[in-house]
Design a protein around this ligand. Structure first.
Ligand code: SF4
Length: 196
């Protein structure tokens, strides 16, 4: 392993319990730009095939993203995640990293595992704040209209990919609480449950 394996994991702060039991906002306060760079610099850039990349169901190029975060180029890191992931902001928070990429990473045998999910969420949030949510180019309509049942990550992903091919998409969701409306502007789909 390279010498940066000895860098100690920076601390992640959480909102006080008495505050966070009153709402559904995120408990973890996440990284600052400085602590994100420090955390990513703990990556030792394993030789190929890198365990984290193999363990990730999307095969996100995590080593390349760690390199860019450590350099402070958060936008480039976000672009790396978006090559293989439709929702790095969601996946960075919801994916069971402790069972996948993080548990495969050898740095976790020395100190706390690199918080790969939190870093992914950090750069996706940074990208959204710096330049807005990237809205993909939508080609002219194909005339096909596809129904997608369920607005979980799989449903939203297939809806986005279909919309990027020019198909009209309607998502059917049993819950009245919408997880994400990120396609609404570009893709021309509408929430079927509201009839809007
Ligand atoms: S397994 Fe861990 S140390 Fe190795 S490249 Fe991936 S993040 Fe870096």
């Amino acid at each position: 392993m390279k010498s940066n394996a000895h860098i100690l994991a920076p601390r992640l702060d959480y909102r006080p319990v008495e505050e966070r039991i009153k709402d559904f906002d995120e408990a973890c306060l996440g990284f600052s730009p400085e602590t994100a760079r420090l955390e990513a610099s703990r990556c030792v850039q394993c030789p190929s095939p890198q365990p984290c990349l193999l363990a990730c169901p999307l095969h996100n190029d995590i080593p390349a993203a760690m390199r860019e975060i450590a350099r402070g180029d958060f936008l480039k890191a976000a672009a790396i995640y978006r090559q293989t992931s439709n929702f790095p902001d969601l996946c960075g928070r919801l994916c069971p990293d402790e069972l996948l990429c993080e548990s495969s990473c050898p740095v976790g045998k020395i100190d706390h595992s690199i918080r790969l999910g939190r870093l992914e969420a950090f750069v996706a949030d940074h990208q959204r704040e710096a330049e807005g949510l990237p809205i993909p180019e939508i080609p002219p309509p194909t005339g096909w209209h596809v129904a997608v049942v369920g607005s979980g990550p799989a449903g939203l992903t297939v809806a986005e990919e279909l919309a990027k091919l020019g198909h009209a998409v309607t998502i059917f969701e049993a819950s009245h609480i919408w997880l994400c409306l990120r396609l609404q502007k570009g893709a021309g789909w509408r929430p079927a449950s509201t009839g809007t």
